[in-house]
Design a protein around this ligand. Structure first.
Ligand code: LMR
Length: 396
Protein backbone atom coordinates (compact mmCIF):
# COMPACT_ATOMS: atom_id res chain seq x y z
CA UNK A 1 0.00 0.00 0.00
CA UNK A 2 2.71 2.47 0.93
CA UNK A 3 5.44 1.30 -1.45
CA UNK A 4 5.21 4.43 -3.57
CA UNK A 5 4.81 6.90 -0.72
CA UNK A 6 7.42 9.62 -0.87
CA UNK A 7 9.11 11.13 2.13
CA UNK A 8 7.49 14.50 2.80
CA UNK A 9 9.77 17.47 3.47
CA UNK A 10 10.34 18.46 7.07
CA UNK A 11 8.14 21.29 8.33
CA UNK A 12 10.18 24.49 7.91
CA UNK A 13 9.46 25.61 11.49
CA UNK A 14 8.47 22.65 13.67
CA UNK A 15 10.85 20.39 11.73
CA UNK A 16 13.67 22.67 12.75
CA UNK A 17 12.78 22.12 16.41
CA UNK A 18 13.08 18.37 15.76
CA UNK A 19 16.56 18.97 14.36
CA UNK A 20 17.40 21.24 17.28
CA UNK A 21 16.29 18.64 19.82
CA UNK A 22 18.52 16.04 18.18
CA UNK A 23 21.58 18.33 18.18
CA UNK A 24 24.05 17.30 20.96
CA UNK A 25 25.73 20.77 20.99
CA UNK A 26 25.40 21.98 24.64
CA UNK A 27 25.46 25.64 23.53
CA UNK A 28 22.68 25.35 20.97
CA UNK A 29 20.04 28.11 20.83
CA UNK A 30 16.62 27.67 19.24
CA UNK A 31 15.59 30.93 17.55
CA UNK A 32 13.47 28.99 15.06
CA UNK A 33 9.97 28.49 16.37
CA UNK A 34 7.92 31.45 17.63
CA UNK A 35 7.97 30.75 21.34
CA UNK A 36 8.61 33.18 24.19
CA UNK A 37 11.20 32.12 26.77
CA UNK A 38 12.04 34.09 29.90
CA UNK A 39 15.48 35.47 30.68
CA UNK A 40 16.50 32.09 32.13
CA UNK A 41 15.64 30.44 28.85
CA UNK A 42 12.58 28.79 30.41
CA UNK A 43 9.11 28.55 28.95
CA UNK A 44 7.01 30.55 31.43
CA UNK A 45 3.98 29.19 33.24
CA UNK A 46 2.07 32.42 33.71
CA UNK A 47 0.97 33.10 37.30
CA UNK A 48 -2.56 33.92 36.06
CA UNK A 49 -2.70 30.52 34.36
CA UNK A 50 -1.43 28.74 37.48
CA UNK A 51 -4.03 30.60 39.58
CA UNK A 52 -6.86 29.68 37.21
CA UNK A 53 -5.71 26.05 37.21
CA UNK A 54 -5.62 26.06 41.01
CA UNK A 55 -9.24 27.21 41.07
CA UNK A 56 -10.12 24.48 38.60
CA UNK A 57 -8.36 21.78 40.65
CA UNK A 58 -10.12 22.94 43.79
CA UNK A 59 -13.52 22.62 42.14
CA UNK A 60 -12.96 19.67 39.83
CA UNK A 61 -15.48 19.02 37.11
CA UNK A 62 -16.21 15.91 35.07
CA UNK A 63 -15.22 16.24 31.40
CA UNK A 64 -18.25 15.81 29.19
CA UNK A 65 -18.25 16.65 25.51
CA UNK A 66 -18.14 20.36 24.91
CA UNK A 67 -20.62 21.90 22.49
CA UNK A 68 -19.27 21.74 18.92
CA UNK A 69 -18.49 25.45 19.01
CA UNK A 70 -16.76 25.22 22.39
CA UNK A 71 -17.26 26.75 25.82
CA UNK A 72 -19.82 29.55 25.54
CA UNK A 73 -18.09 31.65 28.21
CA UNK A 74 -14.81 31.29 26.30
CA UNK A 75 -16.31 32.30 22.95
CA UNK A 76 -17.86 35.34 24.61
CA UNK A 77 -14.55 36.26 26.27
CA UNK A 78 -12.79 35.98 22.91
CA UNK A 79 -15.32 38.32 21.36
CA UNK A 80 -14.81 40.79 24.18
CA UNK A 81 -11.05 40.73 23.74
CA UNK A 82 -10.98 40.83 19.95
CA UNK A 83 -13.89 43.15 19.14
CA UNK A 84 -14.72 44.78 22.49
CA UNK A 85 -17.63 43.51 24.58
CA UNK A 86 -19.45 46.78 24.03
CA UNK A 87 -18.94 46.85 20.27
CA UNK A 88 -22.11 47.05 18.23
CA UNK A 89 -21.12 43.91 16.29
CA UNK A 90 -20.85 41.81 19.45
CA UNK A 91 -23.88 43.30 21.17
CA UNK A 92 -26.08 42.78 18.15
CA UNK A 93 -24.98 39.14 17.91
CA UNK A 94 -23.61 39.38 14.39
CA UNK A 95 -20.25 37.80 15.20
CA UNK A 96 -20.08 34.01 15.02
CA UNK A 97 -17.24 32.75 17.22
CA UNK A 98 -16.10 29.17 17.68
CA UNK A 99 -13.40 27.74 19.91
CA UNK A 100 -10.62 26.28 17.77
CA UNK A 101 -7.62 24.02 18.17
CA UNK A 102 -5.10 26.86 18.29
CA UNK A 103 -4.89 29.75 15.86
CA UNK A 104 -4.03 27.23 13.15
CA UNK A 105 -7.31 25.46 13.89
CA UNK A 106 -9.16 28.75 13.51
CA UNK A 107 -7.53 29.32 10.14
CA UNK A 108 -8.36 25.80 9.02
CA UNK A 109 -12.03 25.99 10.06
CA UNK A 110 -12.28 29.29 8.19
CA UNK A 111 -10.48 27.90 5.14
CA UNK A 112 -12.73 24.82 4.94
CA UNK A 113 -15.85 26.95 5.36
CA UNK A 114 -14.68 29.41 2.68
CA UNK A 115 -13.91 26.57 0.29
CA UNK A 116 -17.52 25.41 0.55
CA UNK A 117 -18.81 28.96 0.23
CA UNK A 118 -16.63 30.13 -2.67
CA UNK A 119 -14.95 27.09 -4.24
CA UNK A 120 -13.26 29.02 -7.03
CA UNK A 121 -11.93 31.93 -4.96
CA UNK A 122 -8.21 32.59 -4.89
CA UNK A 123 -6.29 33.17 -1.69
CA UNK A 124 -3.66 35.89 -1.37
CA UNK A 125 -1.07 35.77 1.40
CA UNK A 126 1.72 38.24 2.08
CA UNK A 127 5.13 37.79 0.51
CA UNK A 128 6.58 36.44 2.72
CA UNK A 129 4.08 35.01 5.17
CA UNK A 130 3.94 32.49 7.99
CA UNK A 131 5.20 29.32 6.35
CA UNK A 132 2.00 27.44 7.18
CA UNK A 133 -0.43 29.91 5.56
CA UNK A 134 0.33 28.74 2.05
CA UNK A 135 0.31 25.07 3.03
CA UNK A 136 -2.91 25.34 5.02
CA UNK A 137 -4.93 27.15 2.35
CA UNK A 138 -3.47 24.97 -0.41
CA UNK A 139 -4.47 21.87 1.50
CA UNK A 140 -7.96 23.30 1.90
CA UNK A 141 -8.11 23.27 -1.91
CA UNK A 142 -7.33 26.89 -2.79
CA UNK A 143 -4.95 28.32 -5.35
CA UNK A 144 -2.68 30.49 -3.21
CA UNK A 145 -0.76 33.49 -4.51
CA UNK A 146 1.08 36.29 -2.76
CA UNK A 147 0.77 40.06 -2.54
CA UNK A 148 3.96 42.13 -2.15
CA UNK A 149 4.77 42.90 1.47
CA UNK A 150 8.42 42.96 2.44
CA UNK A 151 10.61 45.65 0.96
CA UNK A 152 14.14 44.32 1.48
CA UNK A 153 15.86 47.45 0.25
CA UNK A 154 14.04 49.85 2.53
CA UNK A 155 13.66 47.31 5.32
CA UNK A 156 9.97 47.85 5.68
CA UNK A 157 6.66 47.21 3.98
CA UNK A 158 6.01 47.77 0.30
CA UNK A 159 2.61 49.33 0.99
CA UNK A 160 2.14 50.61 -2.55
CA UNK A 161 2.88 47.15 -3.99
CA UNK A 162 0.52 45.59 -1.49
CA UNK A 163 -2.31 48.01 -2.30
CA UNK A 164 -1.78 47.61 -6.05
CA UNK A 165 -2.01 43.82 -5.78
CA UNK A 166 -5.17 44.03 -3.70
CA UNK A 167 -6.68 46.51 -6.17
CA UNK A 168 -5.98 44.07 -8.99
CA UNK A 169 -7.51 41.10 -7.17
CA UNK A 170 -10.91 39.90 -8.38
CA UNK A 171 -13.94 40.28 -6.10
CA UNK A 172 -14.24 37.41 -3.66
CA UNK A 173 -10.48 36.89 -3.33
CA UNK A 174 -9.58 35.85 0.19
CA UNK A 175 -6.83 38.09 1.57
CA UNK A 176 -4.92 36.77 4.57
CA UNK A 177 -3.65 39.68 6.67
CA UNK A 178 -1.51 39.71 9.80
CA UNK A 179 -3.37 41.80 12.36
CA UNK A 180 -0.15 42.69 14.19
CA UNK A 181 3.45 41.55 14.66
CA UNK A 182 3.82 40.33 11.09
CA UNK A 183 5.21 36.82 10.89
CA UNK A 184 7.95 36.44 9.69
CA UNK A 185 9.16 40.00 9.03
CA UNK A 186 8.14 41.89 12.19
CA UNK A 187 7.15 44.87 10.04
CA UNK A 188 3.62 46.14 10.59
CA UNK A 189 1.77 48.80 8.67
CA UNK A 190 0.51 51.99 10.34
CA UNK A 191 -3.16 52.68 11.18
CA UNK A 192 -3.29 55.15 8.26
CA UNK A 193 -1.95 52.47 5.90
CA UNK A 194 -4.46 49.98 7.32
CA UNK A 195 -7.20 52.49 6.43
CA UNK A 196 -6.10 52.24 2.81
CA UNK A 197 -6.03 48.44 2.93
CA UNK A 198 -9.50 48.35 4.48
CA UNK A 199 -10.79 50.72 1.78
CA UNK A 200 -9.45 48.50 -1.01
CA UNK A 201 -10.79 45.34 0.64
CA UNK A 202 -14.20 47.00 0.91
CA UNK A 203 -14.17 48.67 -2.50
CA UNK A 204 -13.07 45.50 -4.26
CA UNK A 205 -15.34 43.14 -2.33
CA UNK A 206 -12.41 41.11 -1.09
CA UNK A 207 -12.71 38.75 1.86
CA UNK A 208 -10.35 39.75 4.68
CA UNK A 209 -9.06 36.96 6.88
CA UNK A 210 -7.10 38.44 9.77
CA UNK A 211 -4.66 36.20 11.57
CA UNK A 212 -4.11 37.53 15.08
CA UNK A 213 -1.65 35.22 16.81
CA UNK A 214 0.46 37.80 18.65
CA UNK A 215 -1.97 40.28 20.19
CA UNK A 216 -0.17 42.07 23.02
CA UNK A 217 3.36 41.39 21.78
CA UNK A 218 3.68 44.57 19.70
CA UNK A 219 2.45 47.77 21.38
CA UNK A 220 -0.25 46.50 23.72
CA UNK A 221 -3.49 44.53 23.68
CA UNK A 222 -5.69 47.39 22.45
CA UNK A 223 -3.07 48.85 20.10
CA UNK A 224 -2.36 45.50 18.46
CA UNK A 225 -6.08 44.84 18.05
CA UNK A 226 -6.87 48.30 16.69
CA UNK A 227 -7.04 47.07 13.11
CA UNK A 228 -10.11 45.01 14.05
CA UNK A 229 -11.90 48.25 14.94
CA UNK A 230 -10.95 49.66 11.52
CA UNK A 231 -12.51 46.66 9.78
CA UNK A 232 -15.60 46.91 12.00
CA UNK A 233 -15.95 50.60 11.19
CA UNK A 234 -15.90 49.78 7.47
CA UNK A 235 -19.07 47.74 7.97
CA UNK A 236 -17.88 44.68 6.06
CA UNK A 237 -17.91 40.95 6.76
CA UNK A 238 -14.54 39.48 7.73
CA UNK A 239 -12.78 36.63 9.48
CA UNK A 240 -10.45 36.73 12.49
CA UNK A 241 -8.45 33.81 13.83
CA UNK A 242 -7.18 34.16 17.39
CA UNK A 243 -4.42 32.33 19.20
CA UNK A 244 -3.64 32.23 22.91
CA UNK A 245 -0.57 30.03 22.46
CA UNK A 246 1.83 32.92 22.87
CA UNK A 247 -0.13 35.47 24.89
CA UNK A 248 -0.97 32.90 27.59
CA UNK A 249 2.11 30.73 27.05
CA UNK A 250 -0.30 27.85 26.47
CA UNK A 251 1.30 26.48 23.30
CA UNK A 252 0.54 22.83 23.98
CA UNK A 253 -3.08 23.43 24.97
CA UNK A 254 -3.99 24.54 21.45
CA UNK A 255 -6.34 27.33 22.47
CA UNK A 256 -7.63 29.51 19.68
CA UNK A 257 -10.78 30.71 18.02
CA UNK A 258 -12.34 31.73 14.75
CA UNK A 259 -14.69 34.70 14.58
CA UNK A 260 -16.73 35.61 11.53
CA UNK A 261 -18.25 39.08 11.42
CA UNK A 262 -21.56 38.96 9.56
CA UNK A 263 -24.20 41.45 8.51
CA UNK A 264 -26.86 40.41 11.01
CA UNK A 265 -27.44 38.07 13.93
CA UNK A 266 -29.61 35.91 11.71
CA UNK A 267 -26.80 35.60 9.16
CA UNK A 268 -24.31 34.85 11.95
CA UNK A 269 -26.47 31.97 13.17
CA UNK A 270 -26.47 30.44 9.68
CA UNK A 271 -22.69 30.90 9.40
CA UNK A 272 -22.26 29.34 12.84
CA UNK A 273 -24.30 26.32 11.79
CA UNK A 274 -21.88 25.76 8.88
CA UNK A 275 -18.77 26.26 11.03
CA UNK A 276 -20.15 23.60 13.34
CA UNK A 277 -20.37 21.14 10.47
CA UNK A 278 -16.74 21.83 9.57
CA UNK A 279 -15.71 21.20 13.17
CA UNK A 280 -17.90 18.13 13.67
CA UNK A 281 -16.55 16.46 10.55
CA UNK A 282 -12.94 17.22 11.48
CA UNK A 283 -12.58 16.56 15.21
CA UNK A 284 -16.14 16.60 16.54
CA UNK A 285 -15.73 19.16 19.31
CA UNK A 286 -12.85 20.93 21.04
CA UNK A 287 -10.95 20.03 24.23
CA UNK A 288 -11.78 21.59 27.59
CA UNK A 289 -8.75 22.52 29.63
CA UNK A 290 -6.94 25.36 27.86
CA UNK A 291 -10.09 27.21 26.89
CA UNK A 292 -11.41 26.96 30.44
CA UNK A 293 -8.16 28.45 31.72
CA UNK A 294 -8.31 31.35 29.25
CA UNK A 295 -12.01 31.96 29.93
CA UNK A 296 -11.39 31.99 33.70
CA UNK A 297 -8.50 34.45 33.38
CA UNK A 298 -10.28 36.78 30.97
CA UNK A 299 -13.47 36.91 33.03
CA UNK A 300 -11.95 37.18 36.54
CA UNK A 301 -10.88 40.83 37.05
CA UNK A 302 -7.95 40.01 39.34
CA UNK A 303 -6.60 37.30 37.02
CA UNK A 304 -7.14 39.46 34.01
CA UNK A 305 -5.05 42.21 35.60
CA UNK A 306 -2.33 39.66 36.30
CA UNK A 307 -2.42 38.48 32.71
CA UNK A 308 -2.15 41.98 31.29
CA UNK A 309 0.85 42.65 33.52
CA UNK A 310 2.55 39.40 32.61
CA UNK A 311 1.95 39.98 28.93
CA UNK A 312 3.32 43.47 29.23
CA UNK A 313 6.41 42.01 30.95
CA UNK A 314 6.97 39.64 28.03
CA UNK A 315 6.55 42.51 25.58
CA UNK A 316 9.04 44.67 27.49
CA UNK A 317 11.63 41.90 27.66
CA UNK A 318 11.44 41.35 23.90
CA UNK A 319 12.00 45.08 23.35
CA UNK A 320 15.02 44.96 25.67
CA UNK A 321 16.45 42.09 23.66
CA UNK A 322 15.93 44.06 20.44
CA UNK A 323 17.86 47.04 21.81
CA UNK A 324 20.60 44.79 23.16
CA UNK A 325 20.83 42.99 19.82
CA UNK A 326 21.32 46.27 17.95
CA UNK A 327 24.00 47.47 20.39
CA UNK A 328 25.86 44.19 20.55
CA UNK A 329 25.82 43.58 16.79
CA UNK A 330 27.23 47.06 16.23
CA UNK A 331 29.87 46.46 18.91
CA UNK A 332 30.76 43.17 17.22
CA UNK A 333 31.49 45.06 14.02
CA UNK A 334 28.32 44.34 12.04
CA UNK A 335 28.06 47.29 9.66
CA UNK A 336 25.07 49.30 8.56
CA UNK A 337 21.97 50.77 10.11
CA UNK A 338 20.64 48.12 12.48
CA UNK A 339 17.77 50.23 13.81
CA UNK A 340 15.35 48.13 11.77
CA UNK A 341 15.59 45.53 14.54
CA UNK A 342 13.91 47.89 16.99
CA UNK A 343 11.33 49.00 14.42
CA UNK A 344 10.13 45.43 14.02
CA UNK A 345 7.24 44.31 16.24
CA UNK A 346 6.50 41.12 18.09
CA UNK A 347 8.53 37.98 18.44
CA UNK A 348 10.39 37.98 15.15
CA UNK A 349 13.17 39.74 13.40
CA UNK A 350 13.69 39.28 9.72
CA UNK A 351 17.45 39.48 9.92
CA UNK A 352 18.22 39.86 6.24
CA UNK A 353 20.56 36.86 6.45
CA UNK A 354 20.26 34.48 3.52
CA UNK A 355 19.72 30.74 3.56
CA UNK A 356 23.45 29.91 3.37
CA UNK A 357 24.14 32.17 6.33
CA UNK A 358 21.28 30.61 8.32
CA UNK A 359 22.61 27.13 7.56
CA UNK A 360 26.09 28.19 8.70
CA UNK A 361 24.64 29.64 11.91
CA UNK A 362 23.03 26.28 12.58
CA UNK A 363 25.81 23.95 11.53
CA UNK A 364 28.80 25.87 12.82
CA UNK A 365 27.39 27.62 15.89
CA UNK A 366 24.23 25.73 16.93
CA UNK A 367 22.11 28.86 16.40
CA UNK A 368 18.84 27.74 14.85
CA UNK A 369 16.75 30.20 12.82
CA UNK A 370 14.43 29.75 9.86
CA UNK A 371 16.07 29.52 6.42
CA UNK A 372 14.22 32.69 5.38
CA UNK A 373 16.39 34.63 7.84
CA UNK A 374 13.70 34.87 10.54
CA UNK A 375 14.94 34.70 14.10
CA UNK A 376 12.81 34.62 17.23
CA UNK A 377 13.95 37.53 19.40
CA UNK A 378 11.68 36.23 22.19
CA UNK A 379 14.08 33.31 22.65
CA UNK A 380 17.09 35.56 23.22
CA UNK A 381 18.17 36.16 26.81
CA UNK A 382 21.02 37.75 28.72
CA UNK A 383 22.87 34.41 28.77
CA UNK A 384 22.66 33.42 25.10
CA UNK A 385 22.69 36.79 23.33
CA UNK A 386 26.48 37.18 23.26
CA UNK A 387 26.97 33.79 21.65
CA UNK A 388 24.23 34.52 19.12
CA UNK A 389 25.71 37.93 18.28
CA UNK A 390 29.20 36.56 17.85
CA UNK A 391 27.86 33.81 15.55
CA UNK A 392 25.88 36.32 13.46
CA UNK A 393 28.91 38.61 13.22
CA UNK A 394 30.94 35.71 11.85
CA UNK A 395 28.45 34.84 9.07
CA UNK A 396 27.22 38.40 8.26
C1 LMR B 1 5.89 30.20 14.34
O1 LMR B 1 5.68 30.87 13.33
O2 LMR B 1 7.02 29.83 14.67
C2 LMR B 1 4.75 29.83 15.24
O3 LMR B 1 3.56 30.35 14.75
C3 LMR B 1 4.68 28.39 15.52
C4 LMR B 1 4.17 27.60 14.36
O4 LMR B 1 3.19 26.88 14.55
O5 LMR B 1 4.73 27.67 13.27
Amino acid sequence: LFASIEMAPRDPILGLTEQFNADPNPNKVNLGVGVYYDDNGKLPLLACVAAAEKQMVEAPKARGYLPIDGIAQYDKAVQGLVFGAESEAVKSGRVATVQAVGGTGGLKIGADFLKRLSPSAKVLISDPSWENHRALFTNAGFAVEAYPYYDAERRGVDVDGMLAALKAAPAGTVVVLHACCHNPTGYDITPAQWDKVVAVVKGNNLVAFLDMAYQGFGQGIAEDGAVIQQFLAAGIDFFVSTSFSKSFSLYGERVGALSVVCESAEEASRVLSQLKIVIRTNYSNPPTHGAQVVATVLTTPELRRMWEEELSGMRARIKLMRTALVEKLAAAGVKGDLSYITRQQGMFSYSGLNKDQMVRLRNEFGVYGIDSGRICVAALNSRNIDAVVSAIAKVA
